[in-house]
Design a protein around this ligand. Sequence first.
Ligand SMILES: Cc1cc2nc3c(=O)[nH]c(=O)nc-3n(C[C@H](O)[C@H](O)[C@H](O)COP(=O)(O)OP(=O)(O)OC[C@H]3O[C@@H](n4cnc5c(N)ncnc54)[C@H](O)[C@@H]3O)c2cc1C
Length: 255
Amino acid sequence: MNTDLTALEKLDDGRFRACDTQGRERIFEAVLFATGRVPNTQGLGLEEAGVVLDKGAVTVDDWSQTNVPSIFAVGDVTNRIQLTPVAIREGHAFADTVFGGTPVKVDHTNVPSAVFTRPEAGTVGLSEDEARAQGEIEVYLASFRPMQTAFIGTDTKALFKLVVDKASRRVLGCHIVAPGAGELIQIAAVAVKMGATKDDFDATMAVHPTMSEELVLMRKPTSLTGPAPLARVPATVSRREPGAIALESAPLVPN
Ligand SMILES: Cc1cc2nc3c(=O)[nH]c(=O)nc-3n(C[C@H](O)[C@H](O)[C@H](O)COP(=O)(O)OP(=O)(O)OC[C@H]3O[C@@H](n4cnc5c(N)ncnc54)[C@H](O)[C@@H]3O)c2cc1C
């Protein structure tokens, strides 16, 4: 993650030798190259209409309104968070605000998302680095082989991480790498969005034997970090692992 390829070579055995911009060279069975996207705004006449763009993306305010009051933009073209539910919510808020008489702003914080690889990755809220830049945090981490797949002899691993604000105990971020992480993070996102604290998680009874019970069973932080990061200790190993181990004033819109 967060690197770029400098060379990719297919080997005789079907695997790939990958070299990256950090000077690393490794052989993988599969390589995932995520390139990103750019807004397709050329030729729409936006510049001629005086609409401000930022690298092709339409610049909008919290109401999805551009600098030209009669022009709004929602979805990927605004390059806020490029996900289907976000585009839908932004469109809904625009319609409510401008046509429905109910001014609504979309809250772009704590938007959950998932990467549907195998295993899946799901995330909501701040990353460890983002949270650390804001102040003192605790990180709770569990990395283990889930019981239900270990029993059938697979080597599937799961990772659960909670990033917690040390002072308020509020859970700032939840990150899961596991089979079904997309489904799991959707539910965890409700708690994070509601402002749940680590104590709320701890007070929640576990569902046993599940993977996600780790979310309510991690008792000791694996790292305590603030603006000056402290030393990390290794991730915990699950004890359950077999084998032991609003309303505001509406924007002004011309008629
Ligand atoms: C490969 C891929 C996988 C994705 N997977 C997910 C996922 O799993 N989950 C998720 O939440 N999001 C996913 N996304 C992102 C999601 O597709 C977008 O965030 C979402 O479609 C944005 O909706 P939108 O209405 O802003 O843009 P779009 O859905 O792109 O709609 C824009 C429409 O405008 C049309 N158009 C463009 N130019 C013109 C023009 N000049 N005149 C008239 N019409 C025009 C286009 O044809 C298109 O129909 C994925 C995106 C890609 C590319």
